[in-house]
Design a protein around this ligand. Structure first.
Ligand code: MD3
Ligand code: FE
Length: 204
């Protein structure tokens, strides 16, 4: 299924695989707790985040960037093997991801339309996995203000973003809090795997 160049694999993970990944992510979050990133204007984002891998995404008044440590100073935990296997299965990319961003959407959390451009190269794909509550995902083109398309993502769906879509504007308009029972307290987790620190793709 293709949405403005984003390939969506509905139901890529069965319930058992989703449960196993949630357990892996609980370990990551115990080592590197979720935090509310701050925008450059000093506003707190409604989504809470943390990362795994050699690099992790941070945001504060100094701007958006990848760093080798959590804001607490601890190194980010390693990317869980099950996620590296998912990249090998679906990303169609020989370079392994060096960062795994974990977004947690509690009740009312959303993410405005934005581009992902903090990585050293845009030649690598991004793989996104949805877990828990349904979310209304919107994707447009590479210019702000262009036409957009929307689709509901549910638990176990994977999206792979590459090629021209890599710099597309995208966001999460809303979630249906409590629509899934995967997380006992409700909420949605989105995991993105990326190659953030490598400055060019190897010749293909
Ligand atoms: C389209 N996350 O972490 S994932 C993000 O569901 C982010 O939490 C959203 O946007 C979420 O940056 C959407 C799907 C996604 C991820 C990266 C993209 C779509 C994308 C990059 C370019 C175009
Ligand atoms: Fe994004």
């Amino acid at each position: 299924m293709d949405l403005n160049g984003v390939t969506i694999h509905p139901g890529a993970l069965d319930h058992a695989a989703q449960e196993a990944l949630v357990a892996d992510l609980r370990d990551v979050v115990s080592a590197a707790p979720l935090f509310h990133p701050e925008t450059s204007r000093g506003r707190k984002m409604s989504v809470r985040m943390t990362s795994a891998g050699a690099l992790g995404w941070v945001s504060d008044r100094r701007g958006y960037r990848y760093e080798p440590a959590h804001p607490s100073g601890v190194a980010w935990p390693p990317i869980p093997d099950r996620l590296l296997a998912l990249w090998d299965r679906l990303a169609d990319c020989a370079t392994p991801p060096d960062t795994c961003l974990i977004n947690f959407y509690g009740e009312g959390a959303r993410m405005g339309l934005h581009q992902d451009r903090d990585e050293a190269s845009f030649d690598f794909p991004v793989l996104s996995l949805s877990l828990g509550d349904d979310a209304l995902f919107r994707v447009g083109g590479t210019e702000r203000g262009g036409r957009t398309k929307s689709v509901w993502l549910s638990s176990g769906d994977v999206a792979v973003i590459g090629g021209d879509a890599r710099l597309a504007y995208h966001g999460i308009d809303r979630t249906r809090f409590g629509s899934s029972s995967l997380l006992p307290q409700g909420g949605r987790i989105n995991v993105t795997l990326r190659v953030a620190g490598v400055s060019a793709a190897p010749p293909s």
